[in-house]
Design a protein around this ligand. Sequence first.
Ligand code: AMP
Length: 189
Amino acid sequence: MRLLIVGPQGAGKGTQAELLAEAVGVPHISTGDIFRNLNASTETGRQAKHYMETGALVPDELTQQLLADRLAEPDTSPGFLLDGFPRNTPQAQWLATLLQGREQAIDFVILLSAPDDVLIDRMAARGRADDTTEAIGRRLAIYHEETKPLIGFYGDLVRHVDGVGTVDEVHRRVVDAIAGAGRTPAPHG
Ligand code: AMP
């Protein structure tokens, strides 16, 4: 099974991605984790760190190059769960082309959402080094402007999941969403 999980920061995307990947038995591939694990003393590592700290997206080309390397590893042949990719339409188009070349397709796109005020409270509470007020605001704006249009790009593959609740509650919703058929209504704008 090939899955994407999309959502704003603070929606619990990373936690839910880990649980879902484990439940489905596919590798959890987070582009944010790939960037965080880069050696900060290399040029690539320095670049990524700079973009992440300001809340901007890392340039598509660099992101895609790192992801292509990861997707070339043999553990992805039964499937994968991408967490945090694609973040915009050009990345989605790039992924579609890459998968076409492998004669593969995405099965479902989980869209995890929560109201902006809940997201802002959660991000402020987690206190990560790259979570300055400016960076939080910028990431949320990018999400609304660049990432949300992916809902249209993926159409019927999208499963809307309400990210408000306990980790277990939301996990159950995510599992139900990919088990059930048909589109689901968006709980939050
Ligand atoms: P995340 O862990 O998904 O919240 O990502 C943390 C940061 O890594 C983001 O704020 C971006 O700077 C960068 N990042 C992660 N995924 C992508 C992506 N697909 N495209 C561009 N930048 C990304």
